[in-house]
Write a protein that binds this ligand. Structure first.
Ligand code: FAD
Ligand code: NAD
Length: 464
């Protein structure tokens, strides 16, 4: 007979949604277990997403800078070479340090882990199929945090080798001479940048006539110019009809264009919620047309006592969005209160320069017919950016024309991922552009660009 355990809350999935929910629920006094089908905690984010991609972005940026970007500082370099094996080992170490850290946090907070595939068999019952057999869990509440997987594209035969997804692209054993990336979204541009910096010829095929759909158009257009200048071959309005293995490499067919032969293909046309084999039918929960599990504002599904958060529900597929939902969901379960402010969720693309946004895009405001004022400040007019030698890009503030309340901030420039935090805090606190304009910012800092953009909303930027 299967071993049986009983909990207040069982979380399925140990990504940033699941592990954060488990820890917070334990802090709130619940008896919690987390079920994970992989041997390592941390989900997509820590194992094959945010963290390994950022480790490689960092390493490849240093390689590119040392190889060709230090001359203007008066630093001559010679004999710079790449040891890809070591770069990959460093990435793996960053990942294991963090995933083991979560195991430590589980231990410290008294969260039990069950490794194996979790399947809901009835309300309040989960079966975990592990390597040693089946374990049965009883739970007063169940939280689904099973995340997402790479979306398929008809005609593209992913073989996990020459034709793969971001997971393979995080571990290529050699620098491909020619890499075709399908999709000019976040993954395509981040990992395309990594391999381009390491020496690949990178062709990015994008179906739409722009890159980074959903992002503020003016900001995305600047990104397009800068990335093209860096050597990414961005081919817009390109509809891929097939990609498959050919000899030792692969071939990609694009409607109306000659086929492209290359060494590797990375498919990055979005991600889809992961609900396969989860047993949703046993509790009468149906997914929507995009495969997301529908939930109410308490993150509860149509089955009472079963909740869902993160990539498996609607909204931006971001680790920090999953974490916010995790905390709000379990706080609501344990205390009756908890909410997420979806207007204040930042999004970042870790290219060089970085791109970061929070709040409404200018297009969304126009579509709503909202009256807004706009302030723009370029990094080329910022002393710190000049000193860094990284003065491409701008900060754009969008504020309500009547109340001056901050509606959106869009940054492309050095350390945009860090700078956006100030804008997030401002939006969370309902601040006006004037609030930022009147706050003293240390000099010389990149953050002064936010103050200047805020002043530009009122037509009074000092340095531009
Ligand atoms: P996941 O992290 O996907 O975790 C779900 C977990 O559930 C997985 O461990 C899975 O194995 C497990 N699971 C699934 N089904 C079962 C089951 N039946 N039984 C047991 N376990 C199960 N986001 C950012 O915010 N910043 C970034 O820089 C960023 N970079 C990314 C780079 C890449 C290459 C990719 C692919 C994604 C990136 N993301 C980034 C997105 C981010 O990884 C996801 O939004 C985030 O991981 C979602 O968290 P989650 O907990 O909902 O799901
Ligand atoms: P995405 O939605 O960002 O981009 C997919 C791109 O593929 C879009 O530009 C889309 O127009 C294009 N596309 C779709 N069909 C196509 C086709 N047939 N041919 C050519 N192009 C096509 O998706 P992604 O880059 O795969 O990333 C998936 C998710 O992971 C995103 O939602 C993102 O939020 C998350 N992610 C976040 C980060 C980050 O926060 N820095 C990094 C990586 C991934």
């Amino acid at each position: 007979m299967a071993e049986e355990h009983s909990y207040d809350l069982v979380v399925i999935g140990a990504g940033p949604g699941g592990y954060v929910a488990a820890i917070r629920a334990a802090q709130l006094g619940l008896k919690v277990a987390c079920v994970e089908k992989e041997r390592s905690l941390g989900g997509t984010c820590l194992n094959v997403g945010c963290i390994p991609s950022k480790a490689l972005l960092e390493s490849s940026e240093r390689f590119a800078e040392i190889s060709s970007g230090l001359g203007e500082h008066g630093i001559e370099t010679a004999g710079v070479s790449l040891d890809l094996g070591r770069m990959m080992k460093r990435k793996a170490k960053v990942v294991t340090t963090l995933t083991r850290g979560i195991a430590g946090l589980f231990k410290k907070n008294g969260v039990s882990s069950h490794f194996g595939h979790g399947r809901i068999t009835a309300p309040g019952t989960i079966e975990v199929q592990g390597s040693d057999g089946v374990v049965k869990l009883k739970a007063a509440k169940i939280l689904i945090a099973t995340g997402s997987r790479s979306a398929d594209l008809p005609g593209v035969e992913v073989d996990g080798e020459s034709v793969g997804t971001s997971t393979e692209a995080l571990s290529y054993p050699e620098v491909p001479q020619k890499l075709v990336v399908i999709g000019a979204g976040v993954i395509g541009l981040e990992l395309g940048s990594v391999w381009s910096r390491l020496g690949s010829q990178v062709i990015v095929l994008e179906y739409l006539d722009r890159i980074l759909p959903g992002m503020d158009e003016e900001t995305a257009a600047i990104a397009q110019k800068v990335l093209a200048k860096q050597g990414l071959d961005l081919r817009l309005s390109s509809r891929v009809t097939s990609a498959k293995k050919k000899g030792s490499g692969c071939t990609v067919e694009v409607e109306g264009s000659p086929a492209i032969d290359c060494d590797r293909v990375m498919l990055a046309v979005g991600r889809v919620p992961h609900t396969e084999g989860l047993g949703l039918d046993s509790i009468g929960v149906e997914v929507d047309s995009r495969g997301c599990i529908p939930v109410n504002d308490a993150f509860e599904t149509s089955c009472a006592g079963v909740f869902a958060i993160g990539d498996v529900v609607a909204g931006p597929m971001l680790a920090h969005k999953a974490e916010e939902e995790a905390v709000a969901c379990v706080e609501k379960i344990a205390t009756g209160y908890g909410h997420v402010n979806y207007d204040a969720i930042p999004s970042v693309v870790y290219t060089h320069p970085e791109i970061a946004s929070v709040g409404k895009t200018e297009e969304a405001l126009k579509e709503e017919g909202a009256k807004y004022r706009k302030g723009v400040f370029p990094f080329m007019a910022n002393g710190r950016a000049r000193a860094l030698g990284s003065a491409e890009g701008q900060v754009k503030f969008l504020a309500d024309a009547e109340t001056d309340r901050l509606l959106g901030v869009h940054i492309i420039g050095p350390q945009a991922s860090e700078l956006i935090a100030e804008a997030v805090t401002a939006i969370e606190f309902g601040a006006s552009a004037e609030d930022i304009a009147r706050s003293c910012h240390a000099h010389p800092t990149l953050a002064e660009t936010l103050k200047e953009a805020a002043m530009a909303v009122d037509g009074r930027a000092i340095h531009f």
